[in-house]
Design a binder for this molecule. Structure first.
Ligand code: C2E
Ligand code: MG
Ligand code: MG
Length: 684
């Protein structure tokens, strides 16, 4: 066999195995020169039929495609090669899509001799593509594909029109349009993503687009490089998901996490961020900045007295005023409760803080009108400056807090710059709080007893129980020093209950020992009155100690009435039904008038020592005090003068029908056994 023959047979063997139709016709007569075996399978007709009839080929083409196909061969002579897709109809009626790649074969002089083609059955592929397109048409995400070289749009699914708000054609026409609809603030970032994309092959980017209607939407675009057959980047393919709602939700959560729910002011988290920024800025510019802590004076009184609704409304009104009082760029934050922070950044020097502090204090000059009530308030301010008073947010806030605490101690409504010894004070206070927590269990409390004398008869008829704390290292601590901490921490409830029970038991013990019945006055703080279930507690203690109820008197202050007057009156009436007396303590230090007291079911008025002291210092005090006693008697109140220190005071009170006196002039508060001894000696 010659070599050509061998080669031809090998070629035929190969052509017999492939699924594509390989065909060859004469360029002049269109007679079939060759058809491989696949033709029979794909066309559904024997190959001989085509050899016999040069017109057969065109007749099996689908009628709708026939004209297009018949034009191909003449055009081919110029172009040399073509690719065409068309349908054929098989004898069984089945329609199939073919993709035919056709080329002209020429002789040595360039004249066309043959036309060769390879026809590939693409029916299944097209069906799949159609299915894919149908799917892509239903999804809400934009599916897109652009050329990696020219950025021309290769594909956009129907969702694009809805999401972008522009017809898909516009993108096919203008390769720049896509970047143009990206929000100007994000454009640079989006444009710069290309190098990273080339390196990684795929990435996800979030950006905003601007729609023609002006609406801004957030997209999350997953972009990947599509590679050509040569392995080089050919396309950029992406799926863009509209995440506008999710972003809004995230922003809302972010807002909630960084703002105070009541006042909408930045909270501690955001404040820490801002302070961190201020620190960075201070390092850059050499400026300083200040952290101010404001704490309302006696805010507890508003909350306890009027209720939380008023308290909240006051905080809200205050936060509005605070915002107005600071400079642009300063931050007002709320740490919780009645504690606010003002971050003054930047400050050129310490002095610059002072006018702001004055403005902050000024906003308290006019009352806050809260739910139709005018509330006066004041604030104590502590100031810490960077970097002298701290180099971190935490240190600055801690030291500003110490300074604020100092300002409160100095008499409220003032301000203090931090000084290093202040943090030692705060430490001491915390130690006090801890020690106080353990004091009950360790039996460190004792009661001292101060006699009360009836002026008419000179007899001791009552006694006030006064708390003393025997601290293991500090010695006797006066209530003035620990009571504010006990109140603030709520420790006053168990401590007060202990005092009540101890005083009742002591009074009963004295009675059992043969002393006459004395009325035992026990101080009840406002918080204890409200949170200590006072009625049940008193009932229980009277039962446990067997003290006759008329030998007990509860001393309350006006703070008790501020919270809820109707309910307080009801509780006191029930206490009186039990037989227990109630007196108003510290009269003259607060705001109550006698007119107000008229409505309260109390029996005795305890005039505060500070009013008695005025007798010798203020000329009009004698008239005032005389009238006060008369008016009290007019509304059936007995009058007890507290803190009587001198003979003159005592004489004046005796002359003016004061009922009972108590004070150092008569007796200091005494430990229980000394009290008993004193009593025995005094007895006629
Ligand atoms: P208070 O109820 O007005 O008690 C009278 C205070 O005046 C007592 O102070 C007493 O020692 C003091 N005092 C008595 N005579 C004189 C005097 O002639 N001159 C002066 N300058 N002071 C005199 P103390 O014992 O330091 O108690 C202070 C406050 O602590 C009490 O004021 C009361 O409000 C509170 N307190 C004391 N014990 C208790 C308690 O068991 N429970 C509660 N909730 N509060 C208590
Ligand atoms: Mg008292
Ligand atoms: Mg008092």
């Amino acid at each position: 066999m010659d070599r050509d023959k061998v080669a031809e047979e090998r070629l035929n063997a190969i052509l017999a195995t492939i699924d594509n139709v390989v065909w060859s016709i004469s360029a002049s007569t269109y007679e079939t020169l060759y058809l491989n075996p696949a033709a029979e399978k794909i066309y559904g007709r024997p190959a001989e039929a085509f050899y016999k009839d040069p017109g057969l080929f065109l007749s099996i083409v689908h009628p709708e495609d026939r004209e297009r196909v018949s034009r191909v061969l003449p055009e081919l002579m110029d172009k040399g090669a073509a690719s065409i897709q068309y349908r054929i109809v098989r004898p069984d009626g089945e329609v199939r899509w073919l993709e035919d790649k056709i080329a002209v074969a020429r002789d040595a002089s360039g004249g066309p001799v043959r036309i060769d083609g390879v026809a590939h059955d693409i029916t299944e592929r097209l069906a799949t593509e159609q299915k894919l397109n149908a799917i892509l048409a239903t999804i809400d995400d934009v599916v897109w594909s652009i050329s990696a070289h020219t950025y021309e749009t290769l594909y956009l699914n129907p969702a694009a029109e809805k999401v972008y708000g522009r017809p898909a054609e516009a993108f096919y026409r203008d390769p720049d349009l896509f970047l143009n609809i990206v929000h100007p603030d994000d454009r640079k970032r989006v444009a710069q993503v290309l190098p990273e994309l080339t390196e990684k092959g795929a990435l996800t980017i979030q950006y905003r687009i601007l729609r023609p209607d002006g609406e801004v939407r957030w997209l999350e675009d997953k972009v990947a490089i599509g590679r050509g057959p040569d392995g080089r980047p050919a396309r950029l393919d992406g799926v863009a998901h509209d995440v506008t709602e999710r972003k809004a939700q995230e922003a809302k959560l972010q807002y909630l996490a960084t703002h105070d729910a009541l006042t909408d002011l930045p909270n501690r988290n955001l404040l820490d961020d801002r302070i961190a920024q201020a620190i960075a800025q201070a390092h850059r510019t050499g400026n300083t900045f200040g952290v101010l802590i404001l704490d309302l004076d006696r805010f507890k009184l508003v909350n306890d007295g009027y209720g939380h609704v008023y308290g909240d409304a006051l905080l809200l009104a205050l936060s509005a005023r605070l915002r107005e009082a600071v400079r642009e760029g300063d931050t007002v934050a709320r740490l919780g409760g009645d504690e606010f922070v003002v971050l003054l950044s930047p400050l050129k020097n310490t002095q610059e803080a002072i006018p702001v502090v004055r403005r902050l204090q000024n906003i308290f000059a006019t009352p806050f009108s809260v739910l139709n009530t005018e509330l006066y308030s004041s604030t104590s301010i502590g100031i810490a400056l960077f970097p002298a008073d701290g180099r971190t947010s935490e240190a600055l806030l801690k030291n500003a807090d110490a300074a604020m605490y100092r300002a409160k101690q100095m008499g409220r409504n003032g301000f203090q710059f931090f000084e290093p010894e202040m943090s030692a004070q705060v430490t001491r206070r915390l130690e006090l709080e801890n020690a106080l927590r353990r004091a009950i269990d360790r039996g460190e409390f004792v009661l001292h007893y101060q006699p009360q004398k009836e002026m008419k008869t000179g007899r001791v008829i009552g006694v006030e129980a006064l708390l003393r704390w025997r601290h293991p290292s500090m010695g006797i601590v006066s209530p003035q020093d620990f009571m504010p901490v006990a109140e603030e921490t709520g420790l006053i409830v168990p401590i007060g209950t202990w005092a009540l029970k101890t005083a009742c038991a002591q009074n009963k013990a004295w009675q059992d020992a043969g002393l006459p019945h004395l009325r035992m006055g026990v101080n009840i703080s406002a918080r204890q009155f409200w949170e200590g279930q006072i009625l049940q507690t008193v009932r229980r203690i009277l039962m446990e100690t067997s003290l006759p109820p008329q030998d007990l008197e509860l001393e309350v202050t006006e703070a008790v009435f501020l919270r809820n007057i109707q309910e307080t009156v009801r509780t006191i009436n029930e206490l009186r039904t039990l037989g227990v007396a109630v007196s108003m303590d510290d009269f003259g230090t607060g705001y109550s008038s006698l007119n107000y007291l008229r409505r309260l079911p109390i029996e005795r008025l305890k005039i505060d020592g500070s009013l008695i002291r005025e007798l010798s210092t203020i000329p009009t005090a004698t008239v005032m005090l005389r009238q006060l006693i008369q008016l009290a008697h007019a509304i059936d109140l007995k009058v007890v003068a507290e803190g009587v220190e001198t003979k003159d005071e005592f004489a004046f009170l005796a002359d003016n029908q004061c009922d009972v006196a108590q004070g150092h002039f008569l007796h200091k508060p005494l430990p229980a056994d000394e009290f008993r001894q004193m009593f025995m000696e005094q007895r006629p």
